[in-house]
Write a protein that binds this ligand. Structure first.
Ligand SMILES: [Zn+2]
Length: 133
């Protein structure tokens, strides 16, 4: 009898843990949604990769010391956007991790893992850019 009770208690505890896990996950996703954005203006977008033509001796090493990653790394003008800033472009969130000699003012260089993709990306003008707070 006692054994059965213990088993039942264990089930209840397990259920509570699972339930609280759901609540926790729920609250964090609400937090993510409530993240405020600040409009930074219209920017010119270009693309670069780790090849010699794009990055010279730097390769995929960024100014922040991190390895550049497609879908995350962007190069910015530090006077406009501080390194480490989360930047929202066309609904995607990137991180300002790199700088570039040719990246000045309202210009963002988006990192890609292959040169072919940078060619495909080309240049985009007047793209609305937001800072994620
Ligand atoms: Zn390249």
């Amino acid at each position: 009898m006692l054994k059965v009770m213990k088993k039942k208690l264990l089930v209840v505890i397990t259920m509570l843990v699972v339930a609280s896990g759901f609540i926790f996950t729920g609250s964090t996703s609400t937090e993510a949604k409530s993240n405020k954005v600040q409009y930074l203006g219209k920017y010119k977008l270009t693309a670069y990769c780790g090849c010699k033509k794009c990055s010279g001796k730097w390769g995929t090493r960024t100014a922040s010391g991190k390895k550049a990653k497609q879908g995350r790394t962007i190069a910015v003008d530090r006077r406009k956007i501080k390194l480490g800033t989360k930047v929202k472009i066309k609904g995607k969130t990137y991180v300002a991790e790199d700088v570039g000699g040719g990246v000045k003012g309202k210009h963002i260089d988006v990192f890609f893992s292959s040169h072919k993709q940078t060619m495909k990306f080309g240049k985009k003008k007047g793209v609305k850019v937001y800072k994620v707070k």
